[in-house]
Design a binder for this molecule. Sequence first.
Ligand SMILES: Nc1ncnc2c1ncn2[C@@H]1O[C@H](COP(=O)(O)OP(=O)(O)OP(=O)(O)O)[C@@H](O)[C@H]1O
Length: 263
Amino acid sequence: MVETSQRDAVIKVRGLRNQFGPQVVHDNLDLDVWRGEVLGIVGGSGTGKSVLLRTIVGLNQPAAGSIEVLGTNVLTAPEEERRQVETRWGVAFQDGALFSALTVLQNVMAPMREHLKLSTNLMKELGGLKISLVGLPHLACDKLPSELSGGMRKRAALARALALDPQIVFLDEPTAGLDPIGAAAYDDLIGELQRALGITVFMVTHDLDSLYAICDRIAVLAEKRVLVEGPIETMTDVDHPWVQEYFTGPRARAAQVKKSGSQ
Ligand SMILES: Nc1ncnc2c1ncn2[C@@H]1O[C@H](COP(=O)(O)OP(=O)(O)OP(=O)(O)O)[C@@H](O)[C@H]1O
């Protein structure tokens, strides 16, 4: 948990507007992400959680606003500076988005090939380390993504996101599609990596168990902006129908009980 006095924003989003044709997804959205925190992004379906993530990492061009990541304005920075800052974050998408024709090890080596000037042997060694860091067995290195289970694919995607020792990791619905035991194991892994490596985690999720288990702070997207942000305990006080339903409903109560039972 980041102390208020030590807060240092690694991501600053200001006045963000995203629009697809007549559909305005974000309007005047502001968000700060603090160094070393696990931030959970939640909101109803279609509120623009994935669009926000994709915009911050440069996969979607916003209509207006500014986005600063690790001190670089990613929308206006010159190409070389942008490439530099891109090496300091990693992204794991919901379906893994691994290259299907490459083995797990080759997938993890792909960002290294693109950004680092290292020998193939060294990249193989580093790739193997990342693969064991995420809890995959060594024999997974030579498998194709199609030969892995869904949970293993998510771990492989995480290993690739960690390839360049990033300061920030973006996760889009990391536990979606996992059984509860697999999801809890993945949450534990993220929590352990965050503590061991000091990374900042930006996580889009619907998974209340994940929110209770590992998120330091929650940002709720509603009404085209970050409606409210804060520790999960404060969410039940928010006077908004979606927030009330989400955080006081039976699933939230079950997740809360699970969390207190694990402490
Ligand atoms: N490239 C695109 N072109 C047009 N519309 C898009 C595009 N990407 C997203 N949208 C629209 O933007 C809105 C927000 O999408 P987004 O995927 O961010 O929602 P979300 O909050 O992540 O939803 P969910 O929880 O259902 O995954 C949706 O209405 C979607 O149809």
